[in-house]
Design a protein around this ligand. Structure first.
Ligand code: FAD
Length: 305
């Protein structure tokens, strides 16, 4: 068996593998797609000490760094189940039927943004359709944007963006905002934020290069409206890639793996890191730190067992 078997090859998994391998222990990493969400990212301006990089470039650097160490990297492998054996090992079953075992396992399977599923969304991803206000907000300085979703993340994004952009329109599907009252109050009191409820987004409109407008239907009247803008921030939820873990490790009601300060789950020897966990914020730099924590937690576990 591996001493440490990492499931996931995004920033959290890569960091965990490097930290584990540096302890001289037998380390494996399997990933459906090496690089994770970073592979889908264009400009990255908040990876501290690197003022600007791009997703594919950072993925290449991650891979290069992992390869500096004796890590058994298994790409395009999908985990479908995790279970504990009687001897205390943790087994990871792959889609192709193979079973790998680790004395400890680090789950770093990340998350995916929930999408609107409307025409134009895919075409204009990273050309105006964004998912991360912390990452892409500054790109829309002085421009008009929309935030889709009136939950906590949507209203927080609107308040955050209002300080950077010319104007923010929040489009909420239902007749109420689900965000905390204090956030709603703040958003309502902000001069350059408009909130439209009962609005069903129907289309992202662009000029072939970039987003130019969004179309929505008023669910009360059935009428369609077009708002001209440069950016659309989709804030309708982040879905952790943990479906295959149900019944194995403790998850929050949103499906996030619950970890302690050492990255340990409720199952001995099973650790987790990054966007698949209940960590407060989901960012590259945070995931890398969490991966390091989980690897050191695993090492601690190994020397005690
Ligand atoms: P992920 O990056 O999601 O990686 C998960 C890994 O697990 C992948 O290798 C995946 O293939 C693998 N995996 C999943 N399920 C399985 C399975 N069952 N079996 C095997 N492998 C599996 N953050 C920033 O800090 N700055 C930015 O500018 C920024 N921009 C972003 C732009 C976009 C478009 C997106 C989508 C995200 C952005 N983020 C940004 C967020 C950042 O990418 C994530 O916080 C970070 O990638 C999380 O790292 P992770 O390793 O936890 O998960």
């Amino acid at each position: 068996p591996f001493d440490v078997l990492v499931v996931g090859g995004g920033p959290a998994g890569a960091s965990a593998a490097i930290y584990a391998a540096r302890k001289g222990i037998r380390t494996g990493l399997l990933a459906e797609r090496f690089g994770g969400q970073v592979a889908d990212t264009v400009g990255i301006e908040n990876f501290i000490s690197v003022p600007y990089t791009e997703g594919p470039k950072l993925v290449a650097h991650l891979e290069e760094h992992v390869k500096e160490y004796d890590v058994d990297v298994m790409k395009t492998q999908k985990a479908v189940a995790v279970r504990k054996t009687d001897s205390g090992l943790t087994e990871v079953e792959l889609e192709n039927g193979a079973v790998l075992a680790g004395k400890s396992v680090i789950l770093a399977t990340g998350a995916r943004w929930r999408e609107m599923n409307v025409p134009g969304e895919q075409e204009y991803k990273a050309k105006g359709v964004c998912f991360c206000p912390h990452c892409d907000g500054p790109l829309f300085k002085g421009k008009r944007v929309a935030v889709i979703g009136g939950g906590n993340s949507g209203i927080e994004a609107a308040i955050d963006l209002a300080g950077l952009v010319e104007h923010v329109t929040v489009l909420e599907f239902s007749d109420v905002l689900r965000a905390d009252a204090v956030l709603v109050k703040k958003a309502e009191a902000t001069a350059n934020i408009d909130i439209i409820k009962m609005a069903m987004t129907t289309e992202v409109i662009g000029d072939g290069e970039r987003v130019t407008a969004i179309k929505y239907q008023d669910r009360n009247t059935g009428e369609s409206h077009v708002i001209e803008l440069a950016g659309i921030f989709v804030q309708i939820g982040l879905v952790p890639n943990t479906e295959f873990l149900k019944g194995t490790v403790e998850l929050t009601e949103r499906g996030e793996i619950i970890i302690d300060g050492h990255g340990q789950t409720n199952v001995p020897g099973v650790f987790a890191a990054g966007d698949c966990t209940n960590v407060a914020y989901k960012q590259i730099i945070i995931s890398m730190g969490a991966g390091a924590t989980a690897a050191l937690g695993s090492f601690d576990y190994l020397i005690r067992n």
